[in-house]
Design a protein around this ligand. Structure first.
Ligand code: F6R
Length: 242
């Protein structure tokens, strides 16, 4: 595992975006995207390189990690919409090359299975960008998730719903209770895992993921079992590393 302590959150985002850009220039045909606030700096860097340095996404398929179940299609906080607004609408990737689990499917388990199949068919994902939950979750694999899990339904913990209420005008009641998420096994199939964590609220989870025991109680600790991992943090998120 490569651990980089960047000068600040902005530098962490630029570095992560640069690593993703290198994969794309090197011919990656599938990339994995995360939502939430952590990867936004990386997406800004990719948009900048698209505008200023001819970085093209025309040959790239993109796969989201997860999606809320039951938000109406087009809801501003659905992850499909979030990624379009924050990233993919600003580069030359076709809308139909950006894939996410279908959180509105009539048959959710079969939507999970078909997402797995799509990744298996159109992958492998060359580089997967990741954030980390304050409780160590990866994707929406909450503590206790099987280390070899595949895409499936998960129930969000009260902490994760409270953490994400900021995206729903602070109204906890509006935060969905269930999600579809790639499993830890699915995430581990990507060639390069690139995790970004910034801010003091992530310090404990980062230390557990990077230096703690590999355990389902800290799902992000599966990073330790992967052959190619880069963790990029800012100084506050690195505070508890030994
Ligand atoms: C989002 C995701 C989550 C977030 C994590 C951190 O697609 O899978 O694991 O990466 O909850 O969220 P932020 O970055 O908002 O702190």
């Amino acid at each position: 595992m490569e651990l980089v302590i960047a000068d600040d959150a902005a530098a962490a985002g630029r570095l992560a975006g640069g690593i993703m850009a290198d994969h794309i220039r090197g011919g990656a045909h599938a990339i994995g995207l995360a939502t939430g606030s952590s990867p936004l700096g990386a997406y800004r860097e990719l948009i900048r390189q698209h505008r200023e340095r001819d970085l093209s996404f025309q040959r790239v398929q993109a796969f989201l990690l997860d999606e809320y179940i039951g938000l109406p299609p087009g809801h501003p906080q659905s992850y499909a919409r979030f990624i379009r607004d924050e990233f993919t609408a600003h580069v030359d990737i076709a809308d139909d090359a950006v894939h996410s689990p279908d959180g509105n499917a009539a048959d959710i388990p079969s939507a999970a299975a078909s997402y797995e199949r799509m990744i298996a068919t159109r992958g492998p994902i060359a580089v997967q960008i990741l954030g980390i939950g304050g409780n160590g979750h990866l994707g929406f694999n909450e503590p206790g998730s099987s280390l070899r899990s595949r895409t499936r339904v998960k129930t969000l913990t009260p902490k994760t719903r409270a953490d994400n209420a900021r995206f729903f005008d602070g109204d906890l009641a509006r935060v969905p209770t269930h999600v579809l998420t790639q499993g830890l096994g699915t995430i581990g199939d990507a060639g390069h895992l690139l995790m970004i964590a910034t801010g003091a609220a992530k310090a404990e989870a980062v230390a557990a993921a990077v230096e703690g025991p590999v355990s389902a109680f800290c799902p992000a600790s599966i990073l330790q079992m992967h052959p190619h991992v880069t963790v990029i943090v800012d100084p506050p998120a690195a505070a508890y590393l030994k």
